[in-house]
Design a protein around this ligand. Structure first.
Ligand SMILES: [Zn+2]
Length: 90
């Protein structure tokens, strides 16, 4: 996953973002860690790419869709939980 570090304009945001890039990751149920980045699009792409990894083994399209939704919910919930916890310390 590529993170464009030069994208942020405010110095304060940039320093928080850099800390976050190094400190925060969420763990999927399979053990894979997905880094939290301050770029929502990049974050969504990282989650999407990982969810697809899970689902490509499932040949039944209905099951694949259900599994995809389940994992999205799981990972997005984990992301928000981590982000909320981190926000308490900043
Ligand atoms: Zn996983």
């Amino acid at each position: 996953m590529l993170v464009k570090k030069r994208k942020l304009h405010h110095k304060k945001e940039a320093s928080i973002a850099q800390q976050n890039v190094h400190l925060i990751a969420v763990k999927c149920e399979c053990g894979k860690e997905i880094l939290l980045v301050p770029d929502l699009k990049a974050m969504a792409e990282a989650i999407d790419a990982h969810v697809k990894e899970h689902c490509k083994r499932e040949t039944n399209p209905e099951k694949a869709a259900a599994e995809s939704e389940r994992l999205w919910n799981l990972l997005v919930a984990a992301v928000f939980e981590k982000a909320a916890k981190e926000a308490e310390f900043t």
